[in-house]
Design a protein around this ligand. Sequence first.
Ligand code: CTP
Ligand code: CA
Length: 227
Amino acid sequence: MLAGENAGALSGTHALVTAGPTREPLDPVRFLSNHSSGKQGYAIAEALARLGAQVTLVSGPVSLPAPRGVNLVPVETARQMLKACEDALPTDVFVSVAAVADWRPARAATKKLKIKGAGSEHPSMELTENPDILKTLANKRKNRPSLVIGFAAETHDVEEHAVAKLKRKNCDWIVANDVSGDVMGGTENEIALISRDGSERWPRMGKDEVARRLALKIAETVGDEGD
Ligand code: CTP
Ligand code: CA
């Protein structure tokens, strides 16, 4: 398919994408986070914009430039990410690519934690669960995006876990990816696209190509509504 052929396939639609890690403070200088680079989410935001969608990209801290034609909303914590997503509604499509930290320190100290000298006890950290952004948006009574797409980062039993996530989070599709190798931070991805009707495996390809194909698939599904 030629890119030009589909240039306006998503015009008139709004797409919301989350990307990157979240950062959960422990004190003013320390945080819990993960290895997400944001590459896949940024590539998806850009591919959707290329098809004419108005794109809001809510992103945790990454070292990538803002994709062209995208409204970038930078955030740090999972709770800020949820708020920014809710503020961006309504949207036709929601693609939840962010590697949201599942837990955060129950209390963030307002001053830097200090070592108290040799032999003193280690501080212990209590964790508390973060809100599930994907599940929250997928279960909205009012303003549920018409197409909700989650990602499932798995290291084993990839499709089985992904199908369980699709149901548990009330998603329309899940992009399942195997992160046991060099996917996080790498430039390639190997995914299976899972919907309520079944699944299709895609060959290993660049994250930009995954993004382009996923955007075309999204356009086939929601593109007509915007005309
Ligand atoms: N997600 C989210 N908010 C969270 C956790 C996850 O929006 N607090 C979204 C991710 O963006 C992704 C999907 O949920 O689209 C699945 O994330 P993943 O980490 O694979 O699954 P979890 O449900 O967190 O389960 P686990 O980490 O135990 O596999
Ligand atoms: Ca998780």
